[in-house]
Structure formats: structure tokens, C-alpha cells
Ligand binder design. Structure first.
Ligand SMILES: [Zn+2]
Length: 189
């Protein structure tokens, strides 16, 4: 089975991204991605939930599209990615480096957010596609993923995941949760 290449974190004009959902999909199709999650910010003025939902459902992508959202944890500044499959959901602790967390603080946050009811399974070891090696450690008991958190050029295509799974949303999520995923970076430009 060929590895599937995908980006699990990207923004559109429904929050602070510069591409419409259709243009974002086109950007990643042009780059040869197999899957993409659109994950706009839940608290952004541009995000009107039903319009967001409708805009995504109207798309007719070639790639496998995931609906998602970037949530604000309500008790402190921490973004959490929720990526929806058909039955499965993937919960991601987003860009810990942006909050300058130590490894111990990251693990504490993971426990608190899980107790809150968001069952984190993965963590970004990237910030807008830049590698943040500190978090790529077995001490943190979460699956490590890379995303480009695309808002605008030059974020697109800086980092992605490759997954050994059948081409279905739920199979991809299950493979990631099982750790059957590798992180890949574009050559520095
Ligand atoms: Zn984001």
C-alpha cells in the first residue's frame, strides 16, 4: 500500500487564513497531497458554524477531506485540534512550542485536557511547519505529528504526515492513533 500524504491542520477565510476552502483544497491537490483537514478557529469572528459546515460540504475534492476545528481550551491559552472522520475523531495538542512549554508542562496539560473530556491522542512537534524537536520525545505519551498549520504562503507544504492506511478517513485516524505515521519536512528553502 502506498503511504498517504496529508496535512491535518490548515486555515481558510472562515478564520485567519487567506484561502477560501476551495482554494485551500486546490493548493494541496496541486502539491499532490492525499488528504487534508480544514481546521479553522472556533472562536474567530469569521466562523459562522453553519456557513462553515455548508462551505465544506459543497466542496468536491479529489483528495480526502476531513472536517475539523481548532478549539481553544477554555481554562488557559492552548489550542486543540479536533479532526473528524466518519466515526472516528482525532484530538491533537497543537503547537506546544508556541506556549513555550517544558516537556513536564506539556504532559500536565495533556492530563488536564483529557480530564476535561478531550481525549488527546497526538501532539504537533511543529509550529507552522517548523520542527520543534523538544516535543519529539517518548517522554510525552502522545503520537507525534507534523502539520504546516497553513494560514498563508509560505506555510503551505512545509511539513506533513505520511500514513500507512487504506484511503478512508477512519482508517487514517486509526493508523495515526496507533502510531503508524511518520513526520516529513520539506527541504529548507
Ligand atoms: Zn492553527
Amino acid at each position: 500500500m502506498p503511504l498517504l500524504r496529508g496535512n491535518l491542520h490548515a486555515h481558510t477565510t472562515f478564520s485567519d487564513g487567506v484561502r477560501s476552502p476551495a482554494a485551500l483544497v486546490e493548493e494541496y491537490e496541486r502539491r499532490g497531497y492525499d488528504f487534508l483537514a480544514i481546521t479553522d478557529h472556533d472562536d474567530h469572528d469569521n466562523l459562522e458554524p453553519s456557513a462553515y459546515e455548508r462551505a465544506i460540504l459543497r466542496l468536491a475534492p479529489q483528495l480526502l477531506l476531513f472536517r475539523g476545528i481548532e478549539l481553544n481550551y477554555p481554562r488557559f491559552a492552548q489550542h486543540v485540534g479536533r479532526i473528524d472522520g466518519d466515526e472516528e475523531t482525532l484530538w491533537v495538542l497543537n503547537h506546544p512550542s508556541r506556549y513555550r512549554l517544558s516537556v513536564a508542562e506539556t504532559i500536565d496539560r495533556m492530563h488536564e485536557i483529557r480530564r476535561w473530556g478531550w481525549p488527546l491522542a497526538a501532539i504537533e512537534v511543529t509550529d507552522t511547519g517548523h520542527y520543534r524537536e523538544l516535543y519529539d520525545t517518548p517522554e510525552i505519551p502522545l503520537v507525534k505529528i507534523a502539520t504546516d498549520d497553513a494560514h498563508r504562503p509560505p506555510h503551505f507544504g512545509r511539513a506533513w504526515v505520511e500514513v500507512d492506511a487504506p484511503r478512508s478517513r477512519d482508517a487514517i485516524i486509526r493508523a495515526i492513533r496507533a502510531g503508524d505515521v511518520r513526520i516529513v519536512f520539506a527541504p529548507a528553502s
